[in-house]
Design a protein around this ligand. Sequence first.
Ligand code: ZN
Length: 447
Amino acid sequence: MDDTALRSLFDFLRFPSVSTDPARRGSVADCAAWLAQQMREAGLSAEVYPTPGHPVVVGRNKPTPGLPTVLIYGHYDVQPEDPVSEWETPPFEPTVRNGVIFARGATDNKGQIFAHLQGVAATLREHGRLPVNLIMLVEGEEEIGSPNLQAFLQEHRESLGCDVIAVSDTGMVAPGVPTLTYGLRGIAAMELRVKGPSVDLHSGIYGGAVRNPATVVAQLVASLHDSEGRIAVPEFCDGVVPLEDWERQAWAKLPFGDAQLREVTGVPSLAGEPGFTALERIWARPTAEVNGLGGGFQGVGTKTVIPKEAFAKLTFRLVPGQDPERILDLAEAYLRKRCPEGVELELIRGHSGKPYVVDPHSACGKAAQDALRRAFRGRDLALIREGGSIPIINTFKEELGVDTLLLGLALPDCRAHAPNENFPVENFYAGMALNQALLEELARVRF
Ligand SMILES: [Zn+2]
């Protein structure tokens, strides 16, 4: 088999394009220039656009009037490789073991976006043209929250006009199972700080006479749920779009459920809102989670102290029908009402993002489903949502006004962001086939 595409992927993976590391700035820029050259060799025109941060690479074919325009988004930056000592082989020297490529960025996102580019290259070699007008937009700042992407989209809104966006940066439910993700949860973050006495106090001399901020934080955090696990903030779930019957049926049949979740998480038993399976709770129900909790003495042994303050860091995951600002308003009103006298409550709002859902049975959704089935040779397709958030998907919707299809190629044990990140060679080739099938299927859609 001709492994030119694979060898080029290895060259891509050798760039330590770690966007968060100022010392790697040159490597990130080199990687962008190299990628643009690869696009040109594939038969696209390509340009590297500087931004106040790392550059954006845009490739495109020669547009043909009347054809739909498809934008494929990905990123060439990667997460830091730390801790290096836990890698079995060096993170920037791709190594294949048992048909699996090990390298930083193998799955997230170089392997996936490069599979798309090589799919395009193969189609252009075979047919001399693509069935759609194609824009490939590959940024270098995804792993640091895409700080310059929105401005870039605004500046180039006209030339980036498209009918649909495709992204391969999500997961497959199991090896070989084609997976279309049609929903993501939103997020709203809040930190609560409870301040009591002006200094830490002796708990013998003053205990019993002043309110303890750590106790108040514990009470407030505990008040977020009722005893059965439902969110207790009034109106929090008002407007939440209920699960549809087909979703519950489809998810119940997935080769991944409570047993696997127990194993992956290592918990003795699963817990959550009554009336829903674990997948339903993760994918289609809102949550209120404590991400951090602190205050008072944290050292070895005992220290008899009443801390002068305590804190909790919260995030709410949101589903369609919920708005992050309104959720923070509701949470704030609820916590203020429940906060007792004798302390001061400070609430600091953090980042937020809206939930996202597209209809997987729309014309585009069906095209994506057909393409996935073709690429994975007719295996049963999984239609899923994910519990996490991908803020750029909403940015695309706001700035370009189009929906995004999430066609994942990442396996559950891909170790993205962790040591020994990996991507099966098989998925790389499936990704190429997926790209070819996807562009053909989307060419038939009437936008
Ligand atoms: Zn990532």
